[in-house]
Ligand binder design. Structure first.
Ligand code: EPU
Length: 427
C-alpha cells in the first residue's frame, strides 16, 4: 500500500502545468468507438481512471496505441462485443459512457452497474429515461444494465435534474439516431462542450452544447478525427486552493481562465490575489483568509468537485463559513479526517459549518474519495508537522503526478510504499 507523507509549512512557489481534463477524457475516449475510422486524442491525462477506460476499450476489441505520454490512437474497427463486464465497470463511474457509445454504434449495450466515488445515492434513472425516449428498451438484471433498440429515433428529452452523466450518455446514443434529438435542462459543464466539439470534429451535428438546450441532428456515420482535450478545471482549482492555503505564489499554466471563474471569484472573496492571463493564472496567497459561504451548483456555479478543497481552505480562515452541498447526498465524509488535523467542522446532512481555526496540525489520515484526498493534501501542505495520507489510489484516479507537480513548486511531499496502480496492459 502506498501513502503520501507531507511535511507541511512550505509556501508553494513557481510554475505548474495542468493536464487534460479527467471528466472530458473519460467521455471522449468511449466516444471514439462511434467512429468508423481511427481517432487520435491528445492531452489525455495519465491517471488510473484512464487506464481503466483503456482496458475496457481493449476488452471490447478496439486497438489502442500510445503515441506519446499523452496521445492515444484508438482504432474502433474491430470492436466485436457490446458488453463491459463487472470487473472492469466497477472500477469507475464513467464506465457507463460505454452504454451510450455502444448503443449508438451497435444498437445494444450491456454494461455492469458503474463504480466511482462513494458520494451517496448516484441514480442512473435519467440515463435510462433518455435511452428509452430514443426508442431503446432498458433493464437492469443481476447488476448488468442492458439497453437495446431495433432503431434509435431522435426525441425530445427533458431531464428532471441537471445531470452531467445522462447528458453525455444521451449525446453519445443520439449522434447516429434517425432525426433530431433535443435535450432540455442539459448540463453545461466545460466537458460537455468538449465532448460535443470532439463528436462534431468526427462529423456529428450537435448544437447548443454549453447551454441548457442541446440539439443533435443524427448522422449516418462518423469519421476519424484528431482532437486535443481541454485542461482540467478541477486540477487547476485544486492548485489554486493549495497556493492560497500555503500563502504561496504560483503560476498555473495550460488553463482556460473562463472555466475557473466560479473558483476565482470565491477565492478573491476569501482574500486571495488572482491575475488572469490568456492560458494561465497566477494565484498569490496574501496570508489573510476571510470567511465565506459556498454552495455547490451545476456549472457555471461553484463545482461540487472543489467542495472538499475550499472547505479545507476555510478551516484556515477567520470566522464561521457555511458550506452547502447541493449535488450529492453525502460528500462530507472527509470531515472526520480534517478533524484529526484540528479542524472544527460540524455537519448536518448537506450543510457543513466551519469554524475557522487558523491553523491545522499534521496527522495520519485516509483519503475517503478522490477530491477528499486532494483536500487532505492541501490540509497537509498548510499544516504544521507531518501528515500521512493513506488510500491514495483514490487520488491517483484523477490527478496526474500530483506529488511530483507539488514537489516542483516547493512542497515537501513524497510517496512511499508499494505501487497499487495497475497500468493498462498491452500499451
Ligand atoms: N442523478 C440522478 N439520476 C441520474 C443521474 C444523476 O438522480 O440519472 C443525480 C446523482 O445522484 C447526483 C446528481 O444527479 O446526485 C449529479 O449527477 P451527475 O450525473 O451530474 O454526475 P455524474 O455523471 O455521476 C460527473 C463527474 C463527477 C462530478 C459530477 C457533477 C464524471 C465521471 N464524474 O458525475 O466527478 O462530481 O459529474 O459535476 O464525469 C469527480 O471528478 O470527483 C467526480 C465525482
Amino acid at each position: 500500500m502506498e501513502k503520501y507523507i507531507i511535511n507541511g509549512g512550505n509556501k508553494l512557489h513557481g510554475e505548474v502545468s495542468i493536464s487534460g481534463a479527467k471528466n472530458a477524457a473519460v467521455a471522449i475516449l468511449p466516444a471514439a468507438v462511434l467512429s468508423d475510422e481511427p481517432c487520435i486524442i491528445e492531452n489525455v491525462p495519465n491517471i488510473s481512471d484512464i487506464d481503466y477506460i483503456i482496458k475496457i476499450l481493449l476488452a471490447i476489441g478496439a486497438e489502442v496505441t500510445m503515441l506519446n505520454k499523452s496521445t492515444l490512437r484508438i482504432d474502433p474497427r474491430r470492436i466485436h462485443t457490446p458488453e463491459v463486464e463487472y470487473e472492469l465497470a466497477k472500477k469507475m463511474r464513467a464506465s457507463y459512457y460505454f452504454l451510450g457509445a455502444l448503443l449508438g454504434k451497435m444498437g445494444s449495450a450491456r454494461v455492469s452497474m458503474p463504480g466511482g466515488c462513494d458520494l451517496g445515492t448516484r441514480s442512473i434513472d435519467q440515463h435510462l429515461k433518455g435511452f428509452n425516449s430514443l426508442g431503446a428498451e432498458c433493464s437492469v438484471e443481476h447488476g448488468m444494465i442492458q439497453v437495446s433498440a431495433e432503431r434509435l429515433v431522435g426525441a425530445h428529452i427533458y431531464f428532471d435534474i441537471v445531470t452531467v452523466g445522462a447528458t453525455i450518455n444521451v449525446m453519445l446514443a443520439a449522434v447516429k439516431a434517425d432525426g433530431m434529438t433535443v435535450i432540455e435542462n442539459a448540463a453545461k459543464e466545460p466537458h460537455i462542450v468538449d465532448l460535443a466539439n470532439f463528436l462534431n470534429s468526427m462529423g456529428a451535428e450537435i448544437m447548443g452544447a454549453g447551454t441548457d438546450v442541446i440539439k443533435i441532428r443524427g448522422v449516418k456515420s462518423l469519421h476519424g478525427a484528431q482532437y486535443s482535450i481541454i485542461p482540467d478545471q478541477i486540477e487547476a482549482g485544486t492548485f489554486m486552493v493549495a497556493a492560497a492555503a500555503t500563502g504561496g505564489d504560483i503560476l498555473i499554466k495550460n488553463v482556460i481562465p473562463k472555466h475557473l471563474e466560479s473558483i476565482t471569484v470565491k477565492l478573491q472573496k476569501i482574500g486571495v490575489h488572482i491575475e488572469e492571463f490568456d492560458d494561465s493564472i497566477r494565484v498569490v496567497g496574501t496570508g489573510h483568509l476571510e470567511r465565506a459561504n459556498v454552495k455547490t451548483m451545476p456549472h457555471p456555479g461553484f463545482p461540487t468537485d472543489m467542495q472538499p478543497q475550499i472547505t479545507t481552505l476555510l478551516t484556515l480562515a477567520e470566522g464561521t463559513s457555511i458550506i452547502t452541498e447541493s449535488i450529492y447526498d453525502s460528500r462530507f465524509k472527509y470531515v472526520d479526517e480534517l478533524r484529526r488535523m484540528g479542524a472544527d467542522i460540524s455537519v448536518d446532512g448537506k450543510v457543513a459549518v466551519v469554524e475557522g481555526v487558523g491553523r491545522l496540525m499534521g496527522a495520519p489520515v485516509r483519503a475517503t474519495d478522490l477530491r477528499a484526498g486532494a483536500a487532505l493534501i492541501i490540509a497537509g501542505l498548510a499544516a504544521t508537522g507531518t501528515t500521512e495520507i493513506e488510500d491514495i489510489h483514490h487520488i491517483e484516479r484523477g490527478y496526474e503526478d500530483i506529488e511530483k507537480k507539488l514537489r516542483a513548486i516547493g512542497a515537501d511531499i513524497k510517496k512511499v510504499g508499494v505501487p497499487e496502480r495497475v497500468l493498462a496492459q498491452a500499451l
